[in-house]
Design a protein around this ligand. Sequence first.
Ligand code: ADP
Length: 546
Amino acid sequence: MEGLMMNRSLKIADILDFASSNFPKGEIVSVRTEGDIHRTTYRETAKRTAQLARGLNGLGMERGDRIATLAWNGYRHLELYYAISGIGSVCHTINPRLSAEQMLYIVHHAKDRLLFTDVTFVPLLQKLAPQFPKDMRIVAMTDRAHMPTAEGLELLCYEDLLDGQPDQFDWPDLAENTAAGLCYTSGTTGNPKGTLYTHRSTVLHALMAGITLPNVLREGRRILPVVPLFHVNAWGLPYAAPLTGASLIFPGPKLDGKSLFDLMDQEKVYSAWGVPTVWLGLLGQIRAEGRNPDGFGDVVVGGSAAPRSMIEAFEKTGVNVCHAWGMTEMSPIGTQGNLPVELSDLPLDKRVEAKSSQGRRVFGVELKITDDDGNRLPHDGKSPGNLFVRGNTITCGYFEDEGANNEAFDAEGWFKTGDVATIDENGFLLITDRAKDLIKSGGEWISSLDLENVVMSHPGVASCAVIAVPHEKWTERPLLVVQAAAGAEAPREELIEMLSRHFAKWQLPDDVVYVDSLPLTATGKVSKLTLRQQFAEHEMPEVSLG
Ligand code: ADP
């Protein structure tokens, strides 16, 4: 028997409509590429989004059309999110740090009809333009006064699209499974793969984030998405913030420690979200200033494992760390590490220990771990296995990519994350490693993350990575790559001695190499793939593993 309740589609446009009526003064602050700080509200944004939607229709954009953005975090990018999905088109966010080859691949694969770009990327586009789809038009996200000269590029002006348009729009009634957003993973091997979000998955994800992080996602809170709008929709903040009345502070292109500190201080940011590499810079600045930015109380760290030393450094200064895990294919949030009430008063060292896990699953995301034959493993905190996920905010297939889809799901339809993890009896997930980053030494696994966690606690280490180097006898052996902190030293003997207090001899790195900086992926994480290629021929010293 069916129930008797109204069945209204979950639609993204309703989020901004809600924010406009309930939180009209909720702020959006943007550091603009023009150089100044821009302030607006959810009410104003709703009006401009309506104008932009009309502008898009005027350019002939229709339902299902893919419209790309190549832009930093800012209010115009947010307007595009809502206007594009609102008219039934698909907002395809492009990561500007992708290689030219990957960028061209995804523009063609997505069949983008229109590309919105920050003016900073115009020189890049001038180079790529001859290889773009012939009928794709480009819009510079600025006003007439700041339009760049761009020989060889025919540019439309963003503000011209809005000028003179009525600021009301009748958003079409879209079925909730209509595609709304498209985001390609950076693809460490092979071509990038596209995750195609729906209105339904996006609204559910925003609701789920809101109930999961009620201390952050609520009216009056000021949130800084350092995570870019092109990295899995800034982890859902453009939807969860307006839904809950939190304000958004967009940092623009400058993400170094000092720029972030000053902006957070000035704008009284309460919660900041981003990958660990960004927080290394901020922590350096906090140390230099001898204080936290005014009002700073919470940091969400995700995208790769938060080192224990980083969690400790924040928690020591009274900043709550929420260590979250997820994937592009998961919208992205899978688990979050805020502690249960009964653990929140633990002494610092215990709290840091507990927060080093990736936390518990959010509502709507199911987790399972299996052995290589697909048999489920117990949630005992001891048995590492391949991690699979299932839920309404998780992809059911990559965009037009049969080859990738054949590998991505198991027989029961669960999505294979590529991560290896344990889950304990209370549901805490601990990522052991990415399967491809585990070091397979003589039939045993060595977790690169575990080793890195210890090395990162040495005061002379700014950043580090442990990678597998091919080995004749043992298949692979660990190599520790260290970036020393400015003006500090992290001698090899000290690092190995530190590690040997925690690990068996066969688990220790055979060698330590020092680099000026570690290579980063397009999403700002340490690129172990690049390091593995760089050190593939590295000659390891003979060490006895006994
Ligand atoms: P890309 O690597 O292309 O940016 P994703 O952002 O989707 O793509 O990366 C997802 C992967 O990042 C996960 O499968 C996992 O390996 C890693 N990851 C994300 N968050 C964490 C975390 N908190 N701890 C450990 N690994 C993480």
